[in-house]
Design a protein around this ligand. Sequence first.
Ligand SMILES: Nc1nc2c(ncn2[C@@H]2O[C@H](COP(=O)(O)OP(=O)(O)OP(=O)(O)O)[C@@H](O)[C@H]2O)c(=O)[nH]1
Ligand SMILES: [Mg+2]
Length: 286
Amino acid sequence: MTVNWFPGHMLKARREIQENAKVVDMVIEVVDARAPLSTTNPDLPHLVRGKPIIKVLNKADLADERETRRFISFFQKNGIGAVAADSLRGKGLPDVVRAVERVYAPLAKTLLEKRQRVRPARIMIAGLPNVGKSSFLNSLAGKRVVKTGAVPGVTRGRQWIRIKEGIELLDTPGVMWPKVENDEQGTKLALLAVVGEKAYEDEAVACYLISVLKHRKPEMLKERYRLESWDGEPGELLEEIGGKRGFFLRGGTVDLNKTARAVLEDFRKGGLGRLTLDRLPDEVNS
Ligand SMILES: Nc1nc2c(ncn2[C@@H]2O[C@H](COP(=O)(O)OP(=O)(O)OP(=O)(O)O)[C@@H](O)[C@H]2O)c(=O)[nH]1
Ligand SMILES: [Mg+2]
């Protein structure tokens, strides 16, 4: 029997997204550009009942630029508007605004045809923990933050932020929880700090990272940690890294746990360069 364990706060967050979706015209789903598929929650379209979704591939500054461009055209080919962003430096925002306007255009046209006033496009942000929802919201709102106040009626209590003429943003992003389909995806989520520290072994996550780097950026791995070669198994390389860093336990064995944490921190801070973890579906077997 599978136990369907779903804590109360997760249920509440889901319900909130469902409720908020009713009063918005579209949803911006923030994903991590380093793993745009693994940080997507496949339930979102269902939760928001088919409201248009625009994907923002955030933290694009940490992802491989070429891979990001390929993911964006992949999503676009599948009819999903997608834009790359770096919320810390405010990059990609004009593209986001254009994408919003493009999605809203047909809705605005319908309103005009019905001789109704075209009101501002209303947007909700949603995404997994730590993908950068709040940073993105702040950078999109920028200095132009105008809380337009609670709107009477169904939207009572919700705060809207006027982004520019014609676009309003719900001030609280919806947190989604990941749907972990397999071990590799879970490991990627741990690497990106989407799932908590306790969910995965640091050593296993660091070894996964080393195996990816060994395959995709061996020179970088070798140089960064001054390795003799990159031939070894990930566990052996981790041990060599710890030795080079002087992370020893009493008795002289390498402190693998400390080494793993240092390597993970290195990656998360961008110290290992740009790296995209997900592969496009057509690349999986290549
Ligand atoms: N390099 C880089 N870091 C970013 C970017 N956006 C956010 N971050 C960092 O990622 C971390 C998480 O950002 P938040 O904006 O708090 O993410 P969130 O999705 O709101 O997280 P929760 O509220 O915990 O769900 C912070 O350390 C941010 O500084 C980005 O575009 N590039
Ligand atoms: Mg937040």
